[in-house]
Design a protein around this ligand. Structure first.
Ligand code: SF4
Length: 90
């Protein structure tokens, strides 16, 4: 089964997640325009293209800085592996 970032990272910041009220809902989990990308829910499998995500309790800044940090992310690398041959949406 292909996981969404919040399932893999267990951040609890998706709608209904156990940290969503305390810390806010992450934009990646509600970005409906990216629903279905890499078989994910909303931007759950392309979170690196969404600015302002809350990964690792760090508020990411611009798209540029986000891509740099996402390259090192184990979830990003997992999706790239699972979608082998299919470059992550940039
Ligand atoms: S981008 Fe990070 S903080 Fe946002 S839903 Fe995905 S794992 Fe959670």
């Amino acid at each position: 089964m292909k996981l969404n970032c919040w399932e893999y990272k267990r951040c609890g910041r998706q709608p209904g997640g156990d940290r969503s009220e305390e810390l806010g809902i992450c934009p990646a989990s509600v970005e409906w325009s990216l629903d279905g990308a890499h078989d994910g829910k909303n931007a759950g499998r392309v979170c690196w293209v969404v600015s302002g995500t809350y990964c690792d309790s760090l508020v990411s800044g611009t798209y540029a800085s986000e891509v740099n940090s996402c390259d090192m992310c184990d979830f990003f690398q997992l999706v790239r592996f699972e979608e082998q041959g299919d470059q992550p949406a940039a």
